[in-house]
Design a protein around this ligand. Structure first.
Ligand SMILES: [Zn+2]
Length: 164
C-alpha cells in the first residue's frame, strides 16, 4: 500500500480525512488527519482511486518500463574496423591525418581498422564523434540476433556512410 501523503510504501494504510479529503495514510502521516468515518462509501463498493494514488502507480509503472530498457545492451558492431576505415576514407583522410586529428597513435587506429584491437568506450565515443558513425548496436538481452540480421545491419551502416 502507498501512503497518499508521503508516497511511502507501507504494509498498511489508514483511511484519514485531511482537509475534507479521504486519504490512505501511513502510521506516520495519520496523525495529520482526522479519523475517517466512511459515511459516503457504500460497503462492498470498490474504493475510488484518488488522483494521487493513480499518479504514484503511473510513476511505478514508468520505473518498471525503465528496467526493461536497461536490459537492453549496446554492443560493438562486428565489423567496426570496416566502419571506421570506410568513414575515414569518405572524409578523405589517411590514417596518419585521422590519428592526429583525434590525438591517437597511428598504430592504434590501424589496428582498430584491421579489427585487431577492440576500442574501449572512450575510443568508441571518440571515433563515433569524429567520423559521425555508430559503432554500437542495440542488443535486446534474451533475444538472439541471427547472423543474417546482423549482416543487414552493417550493410545499412556502410550504405549510410557512403551516402555522406
Ligand atoms: Zn506517510
Amino acid at each position: 500500500m502507498i501512503c497518499e501523503m508521503c508516497g511511502k510504501e507501507v504494509p498498511v494504510t489508514k483511511p484519514m480525512l485531511v482537509e475534507g479529503t479521504k486519504l490512505s495514510l501511513c502510521q506516520n502521516c495519520a496523525r495529520f488527519g482526522d479519523e475517517y468515518k466512511g459515511a459516503n462509501t457504500t460497503p462492498g463498493a470498490p474504493v475510488p482511486k484518488t488522483v494521487i494514488e493513480e499518479r504514484l502507480q503511473r510513476r511505478e509503472r514508468r520505473m518498471q518500463t525503465k528496467d526493461v530498457y536497461s536490459a537492453t545492451t549496446w554492443e560493438l558492431v562486428e565489423d567496426y574496423g570496416t566502419v571506421v576505415r570506410e568513414a575515414r576514407e569518405a572524409k578523405g583522410m589517411d590514417i596518419d591525418e585521422f590519428a592526429k586529428s583525434i590525438l591517437e597513435r597511428r598504430g592504434i587506429i590501424a589496428r582498430v581498422e584491421a579489427n585487431d584491437l577492440v576500442p574501449d568506450d572512450k575510443m568508441i565515443h571518440k571515433l563515433e564523434k569524429a567520423l559521425n558513425i555508430t559503432l554500437k548496436e542495440e542488443v535486446q538481452s534474451g533475444s538472439q540476433v541471427g547472423g543474417s540480421g546482423k549482416k543487414s545491419e552493417s550493410m545499412t551502416l556502410s550504405n549510410f556512410i557512403r551516402k555522406e
